[in-house]
Ligand binder design. Structure first.
Ligand code: 89Y
Length: 339
């Protein structure tokens, strides 16, 4: 697979080495609108070609796929350009800055007959996969209630300063991941209610969001997220989950500990991510999951089924924007009516 990297900021530094862990992938070019930034990344990761113009990249390179790792506003533009040239697209989350733009991206890829994937990696984290396996094993019986939590005081704006400029921050940034994890673990939502607020006065968007969903299965799922939380134990970047079922509960808690409780007692195991030498230890569980997410997308590019297709991720995008709609109107949003 001949892949071009579009955007060479913070996440590209991990996305590229994660691709390089996989057999059969060749990163043939790197693009950044600032050429020197593309050159620096190309040199660091031995990428042969550098561009500061997307059109020339698409014209000159023989590509199977572009991997878009730019800020959200350019996702639809670059997706359309690649699709119109018959090049498959992978795009970082969040897919787009609005529901309508996400719809257009899906549409253009379908129309041009190219494959479209969203790089949604949280569901690929080792502890989340282990939790899913435990739920499926039936050990806790029928799950009826869950809490999915991402509450942190990590200085997230240091590495990604543009996040402070977003009018819609936490639901698009972490909410995209957390709500996708909810779908991965518990299936689709029937309806939701959301409340948001901004605590940090130095940013534009909301940094606290609480989403209560009734899943189609009937399970109640409370997804909470915050970047204003000063807690005894900082858990960034872990998603903590408590699932209660008819025969017991599963608790994915700090330091990758998964506790299984039944009437017989509690068993604990630790599910650590693979610690690649290129990852940033502060983001270990996320950076490590990029390899597994990419491996699955690679399978998708090769014609097999993959999880994080554009169509699948569109259901997560729907939850994000339905949550904003609920926060704005104070109403319960029924997903089947949301478009
Ligand atoms: O942008 C976000 C992501 O995808 O994972 C964590 C993060 O870097 C900050 O919330």
């Amino acid at each position: 697979m001949r892949i071009a990297i579009v955007g060479t900021g913070f996440w590209a530094r991990y996305q590229i080495p994660a691709w390089q862990e996989l057999e059969g992938v060749e990163i043939v070019a790197a693009y950044n609108r600032t050429r020197s930034k593309a050159e620096e990344i190309a040199q660091r990761f031995s990428i042969p070609n550098v561009y500061d113009n997307i059109e020339s990249l698409l014209l000159k390179e023989e590509l199977d796929c572009i991997d878009i790792i730019t800020d959200v506003d350019t996702h639809p533009v670059f997706t359309k350009m690649a699709a119109e040239r018959g090049v498959n697209v992978i795009c970082q989350k969040p897919m787009a800055a609005s529901f309508a733009l996400a719809q257009e991206m899906i549409h253009v890829c379908r129309k041009q007959g190219v494959k479209f994937f969203v790089h949604e990696n949280f569901r690929w984290q080792a502890p989340i996969r282990a939790l899913k396996k435990a739920i499926n094993s039936g050990v806790i019986g029928e799950p009826f209630k869950a809490g999915v939590s991402f509450c942190s005081g990590f200085p997230v704006f240091d590495n990604q300063p543009f996040l402070a400029e977003l009018e819609q921050f936490i639901l698009t940034d972490i909410g995209s991941h957390v709500l996708d994890v909810c779908r991965f673990l518990f299936g689709e939502a029937d309806n939701l209610r959301c409340m948001t607020r901004r605590v940090n006065p130095a940013i534009k968007g909301e940094d606290v969001a609480n989403v209560l969903m009734e899943m189609q299965s009937g399970l109640h799922c409370f997804a909470e997220m915050s970047y204003a939380s000063i807690l005894e134990k900082e858990s960034f970047p872990q998603t903590l989950v408590l699932v209660e079922g008819t025969k017991g509960s599963l608790h994915l808690t700090n330091d990758f500990v998964l506790k299984t409780t039944t009437r017989q007692g509690t068993l604990s195991e630790i599910i650590k991510p693979v610690l690649y030498d290129w990852l940033d230890p502060a983001y270990a569980v996320v950076h490590s999951s990029i390899v597994d997410c990419n491996r699955d997308i690679l399978r998708g590019l090769q014609g097999e089924a993959a999880e994080t297709t554009g169509d699948d991720n569109f259901e997560t995008v729907k939850l994000v924007f339905a949550a904003y709609e609920s926060a704005r109107t104070g109403k319960v949003i029924h997903l089947k009516n949301f478009s």
